[in-house]
Design a protein around this ligand. Sequence first.
Ligand code: CP
Length: 314
Amino acid sequence: MAEFSSRHLLGIRGLTRSDIDAVFETAREFKDVINRPIKKVPSLRDLTVANLFFENSTRTRLSFELAEKRLSADVVNFSAASSSVKKGETLADTVNNILAMKVDMVVMRHPHPGAPHYLAEKIGVPIINAGDGTHEHPTQALLDSFTLTERLGSLEGKKVCIFGDIRHSRVALSNVLCLQLLGAEVMVCGPATLIPKHFGSLGVQVGHDVDAALAWCDVANVLRIQLERQGTEVPYFPSLEEYHARFGITRERLDRLEHRPVILHPGPMNRGVEIASDVADGEDAVILDQVENGVAVRMAVLYLLAGRLGGSED
Ligand code: CP
């Protein structure tokens, strides 16, 4: 039976190749389950999972909730916007109050990098990081790579370029770490202002020429321009129109290539900015497969962590 080496899923950093293989093997089984007429299994019956979202989400929140329900868990949802956080309650107090209601696992999205790691030291139940600020988004990286293995088979030696706003992304770091564990070569490409210098030390190539990067890669993972995080007087690029012209993934650019890269986007998309609509909706895009696979991959993570409940501390 597939096993997971850690009690929590705080990031891809800290996972092993066999952890990822365990998630993929289990996700393949759950993907069969969710495509059956009866989509539920009793694996998490009698367990309660709390989804704590201190930051907005559409895909991740719904995907986790669906994954938990497909596994027959009881689910409680918390949204910071309508909570006592607004009255000044601390993160530890908020979570300890929720745990006092006998919750067995926590899924948390938080705007501050490291918030789930902090919580993991304070509370006694498994925590799954559903995105911490600009740091990591491990289940997104797992579902991205899982989707790629369905299209391409092994990722060993495959060339994956992550395009766009690397600076404000949590998907970028998790993807780099996950892809490297799976043996892929990784490049990041975008305006110099949107690629932090430390990415150069991760063993990835850094590029600023979209056409050259597209010619190099088997896979283009296109990231959202995160305008809401770009709270600066000095803009990172002159305008959205200029960004699209210089860095947008467009049909014209793809038609000039001799090969057809697989196109990913974690969502939400800014159509007409980082990606053209006809590319997002084209036959090389696997964007809705990513969303479908998100449920199976999150079921796998929940199942594997639940299998360790009552086990040793890591
Ligand atoms: N991909 C992703 O994290 O989307 P949400 O912000 O909608 O959860």
